[in-house]
Design a protein around this ligand. Structure first.
Ligand code: CU
Length: 111
């Protein structure tokens, strides 16, 4: 299921934030990596983790977002909330927000 909720403001903010975040890849420290969601973007957009690490997504926007991989998993992050998910084998993927498909992120599994 795909829900397209796009508006001009969202596209512009998401594009700018994604450009700023490009090229930044963080690694988990002490088994946890934090992704901040702000202005319709995942920051950092790319992370390097190991199976068993926890990804913590902090939503600073006043609207809900998701981290979604079609047919695999979805994490719902309500406005102002934090959601976590433990990295599983095969999670080296790109994900996106189901509500704002221009929001994308990438998980890289370190061997
Ligand atoms: Cu979203």
């Amino acid at each position: 299921m795909t829900v397209l909720v796009l508006d001009r403001r969202g596209l512009l903010l998401g594009g700018a934030a994604a450009a700023l975040a490009a090229g930044t890849r963080v690694r988990a420290e002490n088994g946890t990596v934090r992704v901040t969601i702000e202005n319709l973007a995942f920051v950092p957009a790319e992370m390097e983790v190991k199976v068993g690490d926890t990804i913590e997504r902090v939503n600073k926007d006043p609207i809900a977002h998701t981290a979604t991989v079609n047919g695999r998993w979805e994490v719902m992050i309500p406005a102002g909330a934090t959601a976590t998910r433990v990295v599983e084998a095969g999670d080296g993927v790109e994900y996106y927000c189901r509500f704002h498909p221009n929001m994308t992120g990438r998980i890289v599994i370190r061997g």
